[in-house]
Design a protein around this ligand. Structure first.
Ligand SMILES: Nc1ncnc2c1ncn2[C@@H]1O[C@H](COP(=O)(O)OP(=O)(O)O)[C@@H](O)[C@H]1O
Ligand SMILES: [Mg+2]
Length: 244
């Protein structure tokens, strides 16, 4: 049994004029512990909707989503939000850091609601994670004093500090230049591998998708496997030139 299992998942929204907009029409996907899955698709194809459903931020309007074998449509609100915080770590395109908090405080923020953790333990865990992403020396800086790549590394540390089983990354390199983006992806791949977390990366960048063990395209509301075709091969070889 897979950790995450989507079967025939649909998501539609009712628009103000009463019509129904289908966003996802039948998504099948399973994600196992330690998997790295990439989903590519053009803007508006439903990638964020899919990721939000996986992370229990949104719910399907049809089909089944099983989390560790448990149907998610039966979860009570309280357990749903607890699972969201315990199972998942999120990384967004726009980093979503708290602007007036230091890097360290941003990373420690998800630990605030963990049960029984003393302030010192929390700070120590956050500091270790910041050091792991290479930002130990910048711990006291607020986000605006950090570069885009550094801010995304803070966001990665924040996503991982609770040792989630799954990291969900929505266009994590979308606001970064190509080289910085490649370094951020290398880091994300490395740290999730170390912690054994599964990684689901949403991207429109084939060179980012090429890093994943399994790749899919979201189009017409459903996923299809993305073959290691010429575009992907080209993106992969272009990438191997310029990254360190
Ligand atoms: N709550 C909503 N109400 C109306 N339209 C929505 C809603 N959520 C998403 N959409 C529309 O569904 C489509 C897919 O959105 P999204 O999942 O954000 O796509 P992507 O992340 O691939 O760009 C877009 O056209 C978006 O405008
Ligand atoms: Mg999106």
């Amino acid at each position: 049994m897979s950790l995450l299992e989507l079967a025939g998942v649909r998501r539609e929204v009712r628009l103000p004029d009463g019509s129904v907009l289908p966003i996802l029409t039948g998504v099948d996907l399973s994600v196992d512990h330690g998997d790295h899955v990439a989903v590519v698709g053009r803007s508006g194809s439903g990638k964020s909707t899919l990721l939000n459903i996986l992370g229990l931020l949104d719910a399907p309007t049809g089909g089944d989503y099983l989390l560790d074998g448990e149907p998610t449509d039966r979860l009570r609100a309280r357990r749903r939000s607890r699972l969201r915080g315990e199972v998942f770590g999120f990384v967004f395109q726009q980093f979503n850091l708290l602007p007036r908090r230091t890097a360290l405080e941003n990373v420690a923020a998800p630990l605030l609601y963990s049960s029984g953790r003393a302030y010192l333990t929390r700070t120590r865990a956050a500091r270790e994670m910041l050091e792991r992403v290479g930002l130990g020396a910048r711990a006291e800086q607020v986000p605006e004093r950090l570069s885009g790549g550094e801010q995304q590394r803070v966001a990665i540390a924040r996503a991982l500090v609770r040792r989630p089983q799954v990291v969900l990354a929505d266009e994590p390199t979308g606001a970064l230049d190509v080289e910085t983006g490649a370094r951020v992806m290398d880091l994300l791949t490395e740290v999730t591998r170390e912690t054994g977390a599964a990684l689901v990366t949403i991207t429109h960048d084939l060179s980012v998708a090429a890093l994943a063990g399994r790749r899919f395209r979201l189009d017409g509301g459903h996923l299809s496997p993305l073959p290691a075709g010429s575009a992907l091969a080209a993106a992969t070889s272009a990438r191997s030139g310029g990254t360190a």
